[in-house]
Design a protein around this ligand. Structure first.
Ligand code: ATP
Length: 291
């Protein structure tokens, strides 16, 4: 087999709730995950020498992402190489488009693509569930990134329930130029003092009924209570989106990425221009929900 080309799609959280901090330090979450049409590309091929050679491509900017053994792509390849005692080398080229440390699971998406790609390249015969079981050892969002689509994610992210696709809509993404560490956000979250919790069960039901309005009415993310005070520009971007006609705007994951759901593309484009012009974000994308 020659080379394998994979798209590693980003996600947003339509809803994110944290239920409690477990004794082992992990947080128990309840989230609605949605795949979007913004992706990194990963190319995998076998190569002589037995090692793992990972590099960024020359066209996309992978600054801020270490292309060494700490990269999740490298770790995913290494994990399967060791388990299956694969002697051939693997060359991987990663084109980064998903903003880094942004709350869009870019690294997890890349790792999910690497696991799927290795399964194909070496005909390992692993089922999707077997890939998910391996993925969760590298990161809590990786099982979801393997599955994709719209899903309810529970536990630490390993308990997944697939949901019907979100009705089509226009989503504007804006990532302000700050990097947010997921560990910082969870570390500063006061789970017992949260003023409110989003209605994730109601959102799940709305998705099952195909009601976009039911989803919009229930959008919420408890991590905003930590990230917005640290980076108030997130709140400003949210309000610009509303001012320009978004039905609702929200921070994704631990932030700082903000997304807005728009009734039409023209309004989303106007909001995008306003955010860029005011200097709040250069990384902006107009995307759709994906299966
Ligand atoms: P999440 O939404 O899962 O919290 P995130 O979008 O906030 O993820 P990532 O973009 O996945 O964060 O990256 C977090 C850190 O992981 C980066 O600062 C980077 O050093 C490291 N990392 C390792 N591998 C990758 C990768 N392939 N792509 C991006 N970052 C990676």
């Amino acid at each position: 087999m020659g080379e394998i080309v994979l798209q590693a799609y980003a996600k947003i959280n339509l809803g994110l709730d944290v239920l409690r901090k477990r004794e082992d330090g992990y947080h128990e979450v309840k989230m609605i995950m949605q795949r979007i049409s913004l992706a990194d590309t990963l190319v995998l091929r076998k190569c002589p020498g037995g090692g793992i050679l990972l590099q960024g491509d020359t066209e996309t900017d992978a600054s801020g992402v270490p292309m060494d053994a700490s990269n999740l792509v490298y770790r995913a390849i290494q994990m399967l190489k060791e388990e299956f005692q694969l002697e051939e080398g693997v060359e991987a080229v990663l084109s980064k488009r998903i903003p880094v440390a942004a709350g869009m699971a870019g690294g997890s998406a890349d790792a999910a693509a690497a696991l799927k790609g290795m399964n194909q390249l070496f005909s390992l015969g692993l089922s999707e569930q077997e890939l998910r079981d391996r993925g969760v050892k590298l990161g809590a969002d990786i099982p979801y990134c393997i599955m994709g689509g719209t899903a309810l994610s529970e536990g630490i992210g390993e308990r997944l329930t697939p949901l019907p696709p979100l009705p089509s809509c226009h989503i504007l993404i804006a990532k302000p130029p700050v990097s947010v560490s997921t560990a910082f956000v969870y570390g500063n979250l006061r789970v017992d003092e949260l003023p409110e919790h989003p209605d994730i069960d109601g959102m799940t039901e709305a998705i099952r009924q195909g009601s976009l309005q039911g989803v919009i009415d229930r959008m919420g993310n408890v991590l905003e209570t930590v990230t917005i005070p640290a980076y108030p520009e997130i709140a400003v971007i949210k309000s610009i989106m509303l001012e320009y006609g978004a039905e609702r705007s929200l921070m994704s994951g631990s932030g700082p990425t903000v997304f807005g759901i728009f009734p039409d593309e023209a309004k989303a484009m106007q909001a995008e221009q306003a955010i860029r012009k005011a200097g709040y974000a250069e990384q902006t994308y107009l995307v759709q929900p994906l299966l």
